[in-house]
Design a binder for this molecule. Structure first.
Ligand code: NAD
Length: 309
């Protein structure tokens, strides 16, 4: 049994990872300021330290005795990153450096961290792989890219093993539809559950690579194992390689709901990316893991969890 520290562990993705680590017999310590995460997401066996990820004293204390760190804490909102530019930078990039520095000081603890497909910027229709030139067009994407560069420094200068995961559009239970940072799937699923019509921005033909949260957790855990076996600094996509339009998504949710779909088209949103699609080949080669949950299976689990809530 090992102790793992999860920053942002009270959030959507982090709380699923906490459940998986506990089920594997590990101890879990979470550092979270509960700005979007919730205590109710966490199993009572989790040790929760409430505080700020950019606080070196807190993070240093939190990492004591840890076998590894999963760094997921961030302000996960593109809109907020553009409005509160320096405030978001403090959390999303200085926070990452704080974690990497504490991992160095506590004896080079391996760090698996959340990056984002946002580092690629506007991608076009073909599946993008890790060799593509990063071109973030948001403050959020720029800070995620900056965190990747510091994670590289952490390994090459300080020998701290690091693995960054460029998540595409993650979905599943516990993604909070009421949060201003929420994804389209949880918003649509909540509206359908409440019998409300959906509004699609633009023509609804913008596409995304939707990846189910349990598949993301399998990538994170495999990444930690790889770092323990072979210290390195690597970044990998976490995606399915399948493009789904927002319109197809709405139709799939309506099929699950079993009622006719009520929807309307609104104006497109400024800065909305037209297509986002990842190539999962490198993650599959390095980790031996693929995102295998079918979209409809994942959607059905998400809808069920909302009905139960
Ligand atoms: P989330 O908002 O549910 O989780 C983020 C967690 O970080 C929350 O629990 C929040 O309270 C915590 N947090 C925020 N600021 C903090 C601070 N200053 N100090 C301590 N804790 C703080 O979001 P999520 O979807 O679970 O995202 C997890 C990670 O994955 C984030 O780094 C996010 O940028 C990244 N990511 C998510 C997606 C997605 O589709 N959900 C896509 C790409 C990248």
């Amino acid at each position: 049994m090992s102790l793992y520290v999860l920053t942002g562990g009270a959030g959507f993705i982090g709380s699923h990872l906490a459940d998986s680590l506990l089920a594997g017999g590990h101890q879990v310590r979470v550092v979270d300021d509960l700005s979007t995460g919730h205590r109710r997401n966490l199993d009572p066996r989790v040790e929760l330290l409430v505080g700020d990820i950019a606080d070196p004293a807190l993070v240093g204390r939190a990492l004591q005795g840890a076998a590894g760190v999963f760094h997921l804490a961030a302000i996960a909102s593109v809109a907020r990153s553009n409005e509160d530019w320096s405030g978001t930078h403090r959390v999303n990039q200085t926070g990452s450096i704080t974690v990497l520095d504490a991992a160095r000081q506590q004896g080079r603890i391996p760090v698996v961290y959340a990056s984002s497909a946002a580092i690629y910027g506007d991608q076009g229709e073909s599946p993008i792989d890790e060799a593509a030139s990063p071109a973030p067009n948001t403050a959020y994407g720029a800070d995620k890219l900056g965190s990747e560069l510091h994670a590289r420094v952490a390994f090459h200068v300080h020998r701290v093993p690091t693995m960054g995961f460029r998540f595409f559009n993650v979905f599943g239970p516990r993604q909070d539809p009421a949060s201003p940072y929420s994804g389209v799937i949880s918003i649509f699923a909540a509206r359908i559950a409440a019998g409300q019509p959906l509004t699609l921005h633009g023509d609804g033909l913008q596409t995304r690579d939707f990846v189910y949260v349990e598949d993301v957790v399998r990538h994170l855990r495999a990444g930690m194992e790889v770092l323990h076996a072979a210290p390195q600094a690597t970044v990998l996509n976490v995606c399915t390689g399948r493009a789904t339009s927002v319109l197809e998504l709405a139709q799939a949710l309506a099929r699950i709901d079993g009622r006719p779909l009520a929807m309307s088209f609104g104006p497109s949103r400024a800065g909305d990316i037209r297509a986002s699609l990842g190539n999962p080949a490198a993650a599959s080669a390095v980790l031996g893991v693929r995102a295998t949950t079918g979209l409809e299976t994942g959607l059905a689990a998400t809808v069920r969890s909302m009905a139960a809530a």
